[in-house]
Design a protein around this ligand. Sequence first.
Ligand SMILES: Cc1ncc(COP(=O)(O)O)c(C=O)c1O
Length: 387
Amino acid sequence: MVAAATARWPTPFYLTAWEPIDLALRDLKQIVIQRPLRHWLSVKTQPLKPLLRRWAEAGWGAEVVSEYELRAAVAEGFKPEKILVNGVAKHTWLSRCLLPGLNVHVDSLTEASHIGSWASEFNWRLGLRLHVDEEFDPDEPQFGGQFGMTGSEASEALDLLRGRGLTVSGLHFHLRSNVDSADSFRRALSEAAQFCDSTNWRPVYIDTGGGLPDPGVTSNFDVAYLSDLGSAVDEFISKVGSVQEVWMEHGRFLTGCSAVLVLRVLDMKDRRECRYLICDGGRTNHALISDWESHPLCLLPEREGPNVLTTVSGPTCMAFDRLARLDLPNDVAIGDLVIWTHAGAYHLPWETRFSRGLCRVVWCRADEDLRLVRDEESFDDWWGQWP
Ligand SMILES: Cc1ncc(COP(=O)(O)O)c(C=O)c1O
């Protein structure tokens, strides 16, 4: 696919595909739960037009956290009942998107007091985002983060909304990215069950958010993860009793492996400490995530020389622009392709125009020809932003 795409379009580009997402969906069947399981696509993870369209056609829902994402979901064919609005401070923009039948998760008391009148007028299905102890910043675990409501805030929000005659249907939490085991979900679900008991409230759905790792990047994902998650959710359902449906909002588990970033080696420098490959794309413009994640990387053509320590750099004038530092064959040549894999989650949304425009995006499906779905930005696109 990469060879076919490079025959048609110059690098750098993202090559994106539907089939890996279909395979990931099939893997999600290992989560066996006694209630229907509804998968939402976390749109911010991979805001890619043909993907949204395909996901809508498949009948699944879009989880959005901004006005633009919501508008994109509508534009790509999601009915409001198939759109779930999450995120912070949405009372400041939801007034511009008053669609009947949306699903909305209240994230704060401020939101609860603003959203009530829209929710009754537009028949929104409401849920609460609970801030659980298992939700923390992995870099600084002493900080829980700005999302959701503590138990006492959520209880107040529940009273406030119910006091206005509204039904609150769902309970939601999202722990963080790359949750390393189903045990974290189990603990969060147990706290959620305690919340239901303490408020004497019985939600009709539970939404465990995202957080499943991309198995091709995270080594600690084992086969039991998904089945353990299913049993943790089942325990919750048995404890709480009222739950009719389970929701999950997938980002990297679904989309991570659905794209690669294709670059070309432009120049090389041999230095005492290592060899530097200078490519036409890299961390600064296309793969910010390489700052904290190493993804498998391959070369085209395949090279077989002895390995040398190599730094794969991008083209920007920044030492930060380092996609990877690893052993690579010493016969890599100028003009070779470097393929950075697992570029399907958190790459497009974090892409930058740093000294350049955004790059091309190619989409492929097994039953279709390769398609350029976004062209590269030109100088005029880049500089013309200044009137
Ligand atoms: C509310 C919510 N749901 C789902 C996701 C998707 O997360 P992941 O990519 O870890 O699956 C995120 C990511 O931050 C999120 O904030």
